[in-house]
Design a protein around this ligand. Sequence first.
Ligand code: MLT
Length: 428
Amino acid sequence: MAKTAQLIVDGKTYELPIIVGTEDEVGIEIGELLEKTGTITLDPGYKNTGATKSAITFLDGDKGILRYRGYSIEELAEKSNFLEVAYLLIFGELPMKDQLEKFSNDIKTHTLVHEDTRKILDGFPSTSHPMGVLASMFCAQTAFYPESLDPNRSAEGVYLSIVRSLAKMPTFAAWSYKNAMGHPVNYPDNRLDYCSRFLKMLYSLPAEEYEVDPVVAGALDKLLILHADHEQNCSTSTVRMVGSSKASIYSSISAGINALWGPLHGGANQEVILMLEQIKKDGGDTEKWINRAKDKNSGFRLMGFGHRVYKNFDPRAKIIKKAADDILKKLGVNDPVLEIAMKLEEVALRDPYFIERKLYPNVDFYSGIIYRALGIPVDMFTVMFAIGRLPGWIAQWKEMRENKEPIGRPRQIYVGQKLRKFTTIEKR
Ligand code: MLT
C-alpha cells in the first residue's frame, strides 16, 4: 500500500502521495496540489523542496555522506581520477579501460578552440574577472557549434557536445587567466593528462619550457573530484532550469558558471583568502577576528565555515584538509596567510561557540588554501571550482533531458497592490 500524507485545507482532508528514495529519503509529491486544493507551497530558496528525482549524487547532511553514483567520495578521491569520475557521473557507471581511453582521447581531440574565440577574448579588458570571461566564451560555443541548439539532438550529437565542453573548459579557463595577466595564451599540449595540460596552459610563459609538478597536478586532480557534483546546489539547479527550456548545453553551462560566481556559492573560496589577507593586513591577530565573528553586531562573518546542507562536517573538507597538509609540507610553503588559516581552523575546531553552531571549516576553506599554495591566483579560485563542477552540471543536464522533465516554472504568492485605476501624470 503506497504511503500518503494527509493535508487539511479549509476543513477538507486531501491525500498526497509519498515517495521514498533509494536511501529512504521521504518526499511528499505535490504535483497535483494546486489542482486538488487550490493552494501552492511557499519555500523561498527551495530549502525544503525537491526539484527532481535524481540518480547521480546522494548526500546526507547529518551523517556527512557524499556519494557519486553510489561510490563514496572518500574512495573516489583516494582511488580514482577526475576523468574517470566525470565518466561515472555522466554515464552512470565506472568505465572499462577501453571506454576511459576512448573518452580521454575524444576529449584530447577537442581541446583546441576555434581561433575566432580569440577575438572574443581580446574584447575583454585585463581587468575582467575570469569567471565573466569563462561564462561568455562558453556561451559563445553556440555560435561555433550551432547544431548544439537543436533541442532534439541525437545521442551522438549530445556526446560530442559533452566531450567538447570537458575538452574546452580548461582551455577557456587558462585563457581567461592569461587575459587577466595581459599575457599571450597557450595552446593545449595533448601529450599531457587533463590536469597537467591545464596547468601548463595556465603557467607557461613564452620562451620557457614549463615542467608540471606531478604533486601539484595530483592535488588538483583530487580537488576537481571533490567538486565534481553536489546534487541540487544553486549552480546545478540553474543549469537544470535553463536546460529545461531546451536551451543548448553550452548556454545552460554558461548560466551555471554565472550562478557559481556568486560569493555565497562558488565565490566563497575566493572570499576565504580575501578574509585571511584582511586579517594579515590588520596584524594577524586571529583571536581579535574570532571575537569579531562572535559579536553579531560586528558585521564580520568567518568565510569558509559551516554549510547549508552538512550539519556536522563537510566530508569533502576532511579529505581536502589532509591534501592541504600534504601539499604544504611537500611544497614547503611558508605563507603567513596560510598560518593564519591554520590558527583559525584550530580555534574553530575546539571553540564551543563554533562547535555549537556547527561552524567547522568547509570545502571552500581548504580549497582556497590549496589553490593559494599551488600558486593559483585568487581570482581563479572560482574558475577552478567551475572546472571541477562541469561533469556534475553535464550529468544533471543530461539526466533532466533523458527523463523528459518539464520546463521549470515555479509559482508565487502575490503580495503587491490590489487592482487600482491608472491616473495621468497631471492628476497624480
Ligand atoms: C557545492 O558544492 O555546490 C556547495 O557546497 C554548495 C551547495 O551544495 O549548496
